[in-house]
Ligand binder design. Structure first.
Ligand code: HEC
Length: 277
């Protein structure tokens, strides 16, 4: 009952915020250069993809923002047990799915009217640290003027960690999305297809060579595999430090060479500068 009430409040809030997000005054996000919109024929992945690629730079900026104290060095104090995931599922379904969608792909009912759109958190939670996620859930979109609500007054710390575990589970396939608000389930194949398309675009625009696209994809795969096998490797620190640490671990493990790690960072930077990610 209490949750239903909160949900109603949130829906109202979302619509209000959506109305505020619409005026002609460009927000920092809408002022950014748009990435070329993929055509409907390109893989038939629908408009969710175009939106996500279009807002790539705003999301990138949020991802590389300095995490403020007291969040900077946090790591989850609770393990992702079955009970914790169950609690996370209830919170997620009641409070988050309306915007982020049942599967956490940023495609809930409010997604069509919010700008920036809700993040595809099933996906981004796989690469962002505990500290980043807990900060963003606790303090919401205030630092970035987005519609992401502030949860620190409404959810206890334990509830916030539970929902973060659930969101990570949506992206890793550990949990099955509950039906409620609609939206696609996280699909690694769709993500991979999107990445291939982005790399093809980068090669077509001469941002990178085909060989660099292959290197990028190979190192990216190695990073994903390493994260999947080492779910606790989400250390503290900013995303660049984390990525550097992960790449160093891959080099140490012999999965990639130092030259590939260096090339990956360089290609990443150029793709970012070209507005492709
Ligand atoms: C009113 C719509 C709305 C609701 C409800 C909502 N979010 Fe969000 N959320 C957003 C938007 C929009 C963004 C993207 C902008 C931003 O990052 O501030 C976002 C971003 C995020 C991010 C940052 C992701 C990233 O990759 O940077 C996390 C984590 C997140 N939401 C988790 C949650 C959780 C957990 C809940 C439920 C407890 C929730 N959100 C409820 C709209 C919402």
């Amino acid at each position: 009952m209490k949750r239903t009430l909160k949900l109603m409040l949130l829906l109202g809030l979302a619509l209000l915020l959506a109305a505020c997000a619409m005026p002609a005054i460009p927000t920092p996000d809408s002022a950014e250069p748009e990435a070329p919109a993929p055509t409907a024929a390109a893989g038939g992945m629908g408009m969710g993809m175009g939106r996500r690629m279009g807002m790539g730079m705003g999301m990138m900026e949020r991802h590389s923002a300095a995490i403020p104290a007291p969040y900077a060095d946090l790591a989850s104090p609770i393990p992702a047990s079955a009970e914790v995931l169950e609690e996370g599922a209830e919170i997620y379904t009641a409070q988050c799915a309306v915007c982020h969608g049942d599967g956490g792909m940023g495609d809930g009912p409010t997604a069509a009217v919010l700008d920036p759109a809700p993040a595809p958190i099933a996906h981004t939670s796989q690469m962002m640290s505990d500290a980043y996620l807990f900060w963003r859930v606790s303090e919401g979109g205030v630092p970035f003027e987005t519609a992401m609500p502030v949860w620190k007054e409404l959810l206890s710390e334990e509830e916030r960690w539970s929902v973060i575990h659930y969101v990570r589970g949506l992206g890793s396939g550990q949990v099955i999305p509950r039906r409620g608000m609609g939206g696609a389930a996280f699909d690694p194949q769709v993500e991979a297809a999107q990445q291939r398309e982005m790399l093809d675009q980068a090669v077509a625009q001469s941002v990178i060579t085909q060989a660099e696209a292959d290197t990028f994809a190979a190192v990216h795969d190695a990073l994903d595999a390493y994260r999947a096998a080492n779910p606790t490797a989400f250390g503290a620190g900013n995303p660049e430090e984390q990525q550097a640490a992960l790449l160093a671990a891959l080099v140490a493990a012999g999965s990639i060479t130092q030259a590939q790690a260096d090339a990956f960072l360089d290609i990443h930077q150029r793709l970012h500068e070209a507005g492709l990610m």
